[in-house]
Design a protein around this ligand. Structure first.
Ligand code: SF4
Length: 389
């Protein structure tokens, strides 16, 4: 399992996406907190002997490119040895608008100095029209992606993140095809994630639309399966490779009942949390969800604490696997007792009215992928049987 440590350089952004959940604030992380966050991530990697992905996050991190430069130099000067292992990677998550030729080449050159351990994650929702609908500046972004595809080097890992808003759900399949047929992402992208926006606007009618769109996508996916060999498509790749592992390692906000402390968030003031939600919620006063500050963080105490919490997870998983729904009361009590960040935060954060529907939609999304995979794999088996006759 991998630790994902998301460092909010700032909560400020140059866009106003319709589905954005970030509480916009102008502050920026201090140089010291930035260095401390790197030391913290490296310490977790070394003491836990587990992989760490460190993300520059926001808001829009490229608003403070100087901080990124500073952090990368700090990493190269102070933690070179960990970059030579396969245990530590750094990603810059950006909306792409402030990415220009100069910055792209700078990032690429730094990645070469860092044993190719740097990656760039860019948010893009599909065609120009789909981007314009919820994000804006679609043509600008697409021209940058085309530039990256031309200049691509294996030294820099490129990933794309596509958010599906209810008003663009009917174009899900078209947007999916756009990435592969038009942008030719096979040639320069290692992973692409498609997730449903956490926002208002989901309606019961979207269940049927989602199912139809995912069916079309899976038909396309199996028809072109060989072309998808070297690209991770989330959640399709994970589901077709075994859904259980995927679900147990990821927080889907609304599908699971807890976080697994493998995802940690560092805010611009240096506070560490297991999730961004409690911090962004206006109506949680004096919440005690902070795990401490990177400036004086005792990593050893923290690691002992999460080891204990994970034991509870394992007990919980065991009980759920063996007793299913009958164990609900027990699970509830465990949740109440041990987790500072519980489902109820997620529910109030995203809007209580939509919570059940959103959960059904997430489930429809994953179930349709599973069903269609099963159907196509079954057909494949029948076909190979037929050929042996
Ligand atoms: S780019 Fe990201 S942080 Fe900025 S408005 Fe859009 S979703 Fe929010």
């Amino acid at each position: 399992m991998t630790y994902n440590i998301c460092v909010y350089l700032t909560q400020n952004c140059n866009l106003k996406c319709s589905y954005c959940f970030v509480k916009k604030e102008k502050g920026v992380i201090s140089d010291q907190s930035l260095f401390d966050s790197i030391d913290f991530a490296v310490k977790i990697c070394k003491t836990q002997k587990e992989k760490v992905n460190y993300y520059f996050f926001g808001g829009e991190p490229l608003l403070h490119f100087d901080k990124i430069k500073l952090a990368l130099d700090y990493m190269i000067c102070n933690h070179r040895s960990i970059l030579e292992s396969n245990m530590f990677r750094i990603f810059i998550f950006t909306n792409g608008l402030l990415l220009n030729k100069e910055r792209y080449h700078y990032i690429l050159e730094k990645s070469k100095l860092m044993n190719n351990k740097l990656g760039l994650g860019i948010s893009i929702d599909g065609t120009e029209k789909s981007n314009d609908h919820n994000r804006g500046y679609g043509s600008n972004l697409i021209s940058k992606i085309r530039f990256i595809s031309k200049k691509h080097s294996p030294s820099l890992d490129i990933g794309l993140i596509c958010t599906i808003h209810p008003n663009e759900l009917k174009n899900f399949f078209n947007n999916f095809k756009f990435f592969f047929d038009d942008l030719d992402v096979y040639s320069f992208v290692s992973g692409i994630a498609f997730h449903l926006a956490n926002c208002d606007g989901w309606k019961a009618k979207h269940i049927k639309i989602l199912k139809n769109e995912v069916k079309k996508i899976m038909g396309y996916y199996f028809k072109n399966k060989n072309r998808f060999k070297n690209i991770e498509i989330t959640p399709i790749s994970q589901i077709t490779h075994g859904v259980k592992t995927y679900l147990s390692e990821q927080c889907f906000h609304l599908l699971t009942t807890n976080c697994n402390f493998k995802k940690l968030v560092v805010f611009p003031d240096g506070e560490i949390n297991s999730c961004f939600i409690p911090r962004f919620m206006k109506d949680i006063k004096n919440n005690n969800s902070s795990l401490g500050n990177v400036s004086n963080f005792d990593t050893n105490i923290f690691l002992k604490k999460i080891k204990f919490l994970r034991t509870q997870f394992r007990i919980k998983d065991f009980i759920f696997d063996n007793y299913g729904k009958k164990s609900n009361n027990f699970l509830e009590n465990l949740n109440k007792k041990y987790y500072s960040m519980s489902n109820k935060f997620c529910i109030s954060f995203y809007g209580i009215e939509n919570i059940e529907l959103k959960t059904i939609l997430e489930k429809t999304y994953f179930d349709t992928i599973k069903e269609e995979s099963y159907r196509y794999e079954q057909n494949k088996q029948k076909w190979s049987l037929f050929k042996t006759l």
